[in-house]
Design a protein around this ligand. Structure first.
Ligand code: MTE
Ligand code: MO
Length: 157
């Protein structure tokens, strides 16, 4: 568990990454984002700026989209890279302990701003892979109220 690969960053990047807890924790203090409840009252934990991860992965110039994949429940969100780049936070611990599954852990993404592209539904829990691509990637976000209600029901996840 401690040395498990938590996050894969791949696709249209110069440098494919396999990140473990220690890699995220080793990112500079200036890139760490303590207490995300400051940005979203219902979220807890501490994260790192998505930009810090992207700086290591180095998206190719042609990379227009960023897709957040959750392997655990097969949920995916694809957003324009430009919309999420400066906003995204990868939440990966709470007071030094990995996030629990009940918190959407071990890691989840949080995009603070609410626009058409980035809303609560785009905050991917159980984040396991970030994929860069030229065109929009997989997106499993609910398309209407009915689908949304189903996703939020106990059976829907
Ligand atoms: N992996 C995964 N992430 C997900 C979802 C999901 O079903 N699976 N639902 C999304 C939706 S529609 C919303 S509104 C938020 C809800 O986050 P919460 O359960 O922490 O309130 O998570 C988003 N991220
Ligand atoms: Mo949602």
């Amino acid at each position: 568990m401690p040395d498990e690969i938590l996050l894969l960053v791949d696709g249209a990047v110069e440098n494919r990454l396999e990140l473990r807890f220690a890699d995220l924790a080793a990112l500079p203090a200036s890139q760490q984002v303590p207490d995300v409840s400051r940005f979203h009252p219902k979220r807890q934990g501490d994260g790192v700026a998505l930009e810090a991860i992207l700086a290591l992965a180095r998206p190719r110039a042609k990379a227009n989209y960023l897709t957040l994949h959750a392997g655990r429940d097969d949920f995916h969100v694809s957003v324009p890279l430009a919309a999420v780049r400066a906003e995204g936070i990868v939440v990966y611990h709470r007071a030094g302990e990995p996030l629990g599954i009940d918190q959407g852990g071990p890691i989840r993404d949080l995009a603070a701003c609410h626009t058409d592209e980035l809303d609560d539904c785009a905050n991917v829990k159980y984040l396991s892979r970030i994929e860069l691509s030229v065109r929009r990637g997989r997106d499993a976000r609910p398309q209407n109220e009915e689908e949304h209600a189903k996703l939020h029901s106990p059976e829907g996840g």
